[in-house]
Design a binder for this molecule. Sequence first.
Ligand code: ADP
Ligand code: ZN
Length: 296
Amino acid sequence: MLFGALEAGGTKMVMAVGEENGKILEQKTIPTTTPEETMPQIVEYFKEKIEEKGIVALGVGAFGPVDVVKGSPTYGHILNTPKLAWKKYNLVGTLEKELGIPVGLDTDVNGSCLGEMTYGCAKGLDTVVYITIGTGIGAGIAVGGRLLHGMLHPEAGHILIAKNSHDPGKSVCPYHDSCFEGLASGPSIEARWGKKAVELVDKTIVWELESEYVAKGLVNMILTLSPQKIILGGGVMHQEQLFPMIRSKVMAMLNDYYTTRELCDMDSYIVPASLQDNQGIMGAVRLAQLAYEKME
Ligand code: ADP
Ligand code: ZN
């Protein structure tokens, strides 16, 4: 059985056809502009895949905030996004109406978390945090085997963390003076040091500060959610030297407050994404599968 998958991002839309085992058979990327321009291209792609390949459902991992609460009057709508053309846009409703197949939805980061739990390094675990550190910071969270929604969905990229008093920069988040995304996203690195993160590879101070902020964010999530594993993805985390720095700072910040089997094996506790940057689109395949099973 084949499934459609859509990773709906603020800058690009990744569309794919995948198998139940997560294998991506084909994919196409288009830029995200306005709904009027972008949506017909998405609809056309998946209509063709329904006819040619017989895909039976579509899974969507969407940028947010997005209403993922089943039964809510605005379920499936993009909410208060800075991408104004998409504000209040009925993403799921449009896709369901145009395609006539079940559509499963979650946030892009919950989708990535699900991808890693189904096909990747978090297989068999039930409480997992997936964090992307890229243009923004976002966290996908599963607790007890279920992706966390609650009143809407977590926005843990904006948890407040203490600013280092020697930090020469300032928060790039328009909402918060001292939040995770404001202090540790790719754009915040660029604003602080005047160069793109990738051009700062040999500057130790850059990665010392970055790993301190990431560790602060992680410690808050460890203490709140007690995850069995934390997966770090996104462009900035391609700087692999960050991993050992983050691990040792997390240990130092926890300060032996508690000890678990997982915390004793930090190299397998805080890990890079394991699916070659396909965790999002593979998670969307799984969302499609879940939507299909629910319909049966
Ligand atoms: P997005 O978050 O938009 O989906 P990315 O995850 O690629 O996309 O994040 C883009 C951000 O990550 C940019 O701020 C960029 O400077 C930074 N980035 C991308 N690649 C690298 C890299 N190899 N090393 C460090 N930073 C990177
Ligand atoms: Zn913020």
